[in-house]
Design a binder for this molecule. Structure first.
Ligand code: HEC
Length: 235
């Protein structure tokens, strides 16, 4: 088993332990590993959501390569035990936080609309039926990811629309917790959100800006957003 797989298994195991007492809303099945991820209601202020703990664990894993694995592990463990604030401050984390911000800014480059790019799908009007069909096909395509997942693995098939939070009820652009916490983006367009899920949960390279794949997936997500919000849609 590769080193990366080892790391992923540890991360998944840790996530599994964190989730023991919360209600599952999202089921992931990957490479023989099943785990349940849950997302607490965004509006509750009872601390960081499980999702953001998941993301910060993932982030700490990535940082590990830069900072030395042991430190990242310690940070991730501290956070997963809900002791993040006290402990992290006690360990003089200023430098690590600076590096984390810099890493966030770097990864944002991959998912943020580049300068001079004009999207070729509409976020406030209709999109071509053939574009939507193409996007739907890709939504089920696990070859887009490096970890065997397809968008539908997390977000449901046949119009189930799972794994989305209430933010998805608003038209794009809007705030999405993962894009904010992991990439420092206060709000995202549909194509940027596709890239966020490509890079983070799908563990893949971002799609080409203006590519058919990105355009059709973004157009499809605009319609799924309307369906999720209970509005009229073309799916
Ligand atoms: C491993 C699970 C996973 C996979 C695979 C995945 N996503 Fe996501 N996605 C999430 C999670 C978790 C969120 C919720 C993030 C949040 O609200 O903070 C999310 C959020 C989103 C949203 C934003 C919803 C909103 O509130 O606006 C869109 C759009 C989306 N995903 C599209 C995709 C697409 C397209 C793919 C495939 C390219 C994909 N996702 C693959 C887990 C996944």
């Amino acid at each position: 088993m590769s080193h990366d797989n080892d790391k992923r298994h540890r991360l998944l195991g840790r996530l599994g332990r964190q989730l023991a007492c919360t209600a599952p809303v999202l089921v992931l099945a990957a490479a023989g590993v099943s785990l349940q991820a849950t997302m607490e209601n965004e509006s509750s202020d009872s601390g960081p959501s499980t999702l953001s703990l998941f993301l910060s664990s993932a982030h700490a894993e990535a940082q590990g390569e830069v900072e030395g694995e042991a430190q990242a592990e310690a940070e991730a463990e501290a956070q997963s035990e809900g002791e993040a604030e006290g402990e992290a401050e006690g360990e003089g984390e200023g430098e690590a936080e600076g590096e984390a911000e810099a890493a966030k800014a770097d990864s944002r480059e991959a998912v943020k609309r580049p300068e001079g790019y004009t999207p070729v799908y509409s976020e406030d009007g209709a999109n071509d039926a053939s574009l939507l069909a193409q996007g739907e096909a890709l939504y089920y395509d696990d070859s887009l990811s490096s970890n065997g997942l397809a968008c539908a693995s997390c977000h449901g098939s046949d119009g189930e629309d799972v794994g989305y939070q209430a933010t998805f009820e608003q038209p794009f652009p809007h705030r999405v917790a993962m894009a904010d916490s992991r990439f420092g983006m206060p709000e995202v367009h549909a194509d940027e959100m596709v890239q966020v899920c490509m890079v983070a949960p799908m563990e893949a390279e971002p799609l080409g800006w203006g590519s058919e794949a990105l355009t059709s997936l973004a157009a499809y997500m605009v319609e799924v957003q309307r369906r999720f919000a209970g509005e009229s849609h073309d799916l």
